[in-house]
Design a binder for this molecule. Structure first.
Ligand SMILES: Cc1cc2nc3c(=O)[nH]c(=O)nc-3n(C[C@H](O)[C@H](O)[C@H](O)COP(=O)(O)OP(=O)(O)OC[C@H]3O[C@@H](n4cnc5c(N)ncnc54)[C@H](O)[C@@H]3O)c2cc1C
Length: 441
């Protein structure tokens, strides 16, 4: 993916006809930023970066790493730090499955999810050691419904098209294979063997660390859209009063997009649905509800997975949620009056866990778009600003592919016009009163 830095800045700002802050001199451009594993975290280099990425979540961190690998000098900004507890990517764990039959762009999301499964394994092969423990656990995913639903049918059509293995099981086969699972009123089950679970906040910490080791810079600071010169953005303003210049900017602000670019996002984007996640205790000394003995699962109104080794948070269940407009202020634990709902679901499907202690809860904002797809697009008003976000309740799993793709868009090497157009900011907007997120889905 390597591209000469001068060429990149020419391509990336083509048509603007303006000098670009941060464009390297002839001498600088021949000096590829060198990996410096011992660079202390959060130390400033004092150099004007080629690219500033705002937001070190799933979109921003993977993009920053891939831009840095492509030869750019990248500075990654986050107001709370990579993998922070307010970010959607700072959850303990995220599911990695490709059953997207219920989504209009499901075939494409599935293709990226499947490619990412291998990339998560490759990442572990390269980096998992005593300091960066393993991230990805292949658990398989069992999806169950009262009857074979159109979404399940379409998932299988997608898998057939992609040559991806799956199994159709009867409820009896499910309980035979995994005796800890009950299947009340369930008539149909589909199993995706290569699905899994990734330890999310550790993944972001790990991407951030590798990014730094390869010469990238991370700063804990809040950014706001800065000074403009025609169709060029000159800088972002930082919470410490500084103005940080760059040739190119990537905004990857997650749920904060609504506050970061309120006029542009308007009714195209919503982030007021807050998902609730619980980690239930597993019976002491009992391996049944731990990886690899139990698969990840999707049953009506809920998804979850077993407790993971290297992690031991507990048995995960995601169900229900609340509304909250401000990702800086919303509460990130789940109040006790909500705890009945996960217990009800567990009592049906995993009865041995239903009365157990809840070890931890988590709450985070979904970033929804009226287009129902991720946004990966130029800012319509600036030639040197990109937007990356709108992960819905997905996208974490696709992170390793997303980062390569977004960097490719910025370098101009991703030329599949149909695919690129599918991620356009577009004109679709939510209708007044339209729900952006169905918590029971
Ligand atoms: C409950 C729940 C369950 C989910 N389950 C799954 C799942 O199983 N599988 C899956 O693939 N996906 C899942 N998702 C979705 C996935 O987690 C998100 O789509 C993804 O993490 C979003 O990444 P992001 O980079 O857009 O946002 P974030 O991770 O929120 O990152 C945005 C970052 O930008 C920073 N930022 C914002 N504004 C500024 C500013 N002005 N200056 C500096 N920094 C700023 C923030 O501090 C934050 O760190 C789930 C989401 C939720 C809420």
């Amino acid at each position: 993916m390597g591209i000469d830095r001068r060429d990149f800045l020419k391509v990336a700002t083509a048509g603007a006809g303006l000098a670009v802050a941060g464009t390297p001199t002839e001498a600088e451009s021949t000096e590829r930023p060198r990996a410096n594993p011992r660079r202390a975290p959060f130390v400033r280099s004092g150099q004007i970066p080629d690219v500033v990425v705002v937001g070190a979540g799933n979109f921003g961190a993977w993009t920053a790493l891939n831009l840095q690998r492509g030869g750019m000098q990248v500075t990654l900004l986050d107001q709370y730090g990579p993998g922070n507890s307010k970010s959607a990517s700072g959850g303990e764990t995220r599911g990695v499955r490709s059953s997207y039959g219920g989504v209009a762009v499901g075939l494409q999301w599935a293709e990226w999810a499947i490619r990412s499964m291998q990339k998560w394994k490759d990442w572990d092969d390269q980096y998992a050691d005593s300091l960066l423990p393993r991230l990805y656990y292949e658990s398989g995913d069992i999806m169950m419904r009262e009857e074979m639903s159109p979404s399940m049918e379409q998932s299988m059509v997608n898998w057939d098209l992609l040559g991806h293995p799956y199994e159709v099981l009867t409820p009896e086969e499910v309980t035979y294979r995994w005796p800890m699972i009950q299947t009340p009123e369930m008539g149909a089950a589909v199993f995706e063997p290569s699905a899994g679970v990734v330890r999310a906040r550790r993944a972001i910490e790990s991407v951030a660390r590798v990014f730094q080791q390869e010469g990238g810079e991370i700063r804990i600071v809040k950014a706001t859209h800065g000074d403009e010169d025609g169709r060029m953005l000159e800088n972002v303003h930082l919470s410490n009063g500084e103005k940080l210049e760059a040739g190119m900017f990537v905004y990857a602000a997650g749920a904060w997009f609504a506050h970061f670019l309120p006029e542009l996002m308007g009714n195209r984007f919503r982030a007021n649905a807050v998902g609730h996640v619980y980690y239930f205790e597993t019976p002491p000394g009992d391996e049944s509800y731990r990886w690899p003995n139990c698969p990840s699962y999707g049953v009506p109104g809920c998804t979850g997975w077993p407790a993971l080794p290297d992690d031991n948070r507990g048995f995960r269940i995601r169900t229900g949620g609340a509304r909250g407009d401000n990702p800086d202020e919303s509460v990130r634990w789940v109040p006790e009056d909500r705890h009945e709902r996960p217990r009800e679901i567990l009592s049906k499907f995993f009865p041995a866990l239903a009365g157990g202690i809840i070890n931890e809860t988590r709450a985070c904002h979904y970033s929804s778009t009226a287009s129902r797809n991720f946004i990966i697009d130029h800012h319509p008003d600036f030639d040197n600003v990109w937007l990356a976000g709108g992960g819905q309740a997905e996208s974490f799993k696709q992170g390793p592919v997303l980062g390569e793709y977004i960097a490719g868009r910025i370098f101009g090497t991703e030329t599949n016009e149909e695919l690129n157009a599918s991620f356009a900011l577009g004109d679709a907007t939510y209708d007044e009163g339209e729900e952006d997120f169905d918590f029971d889905d």
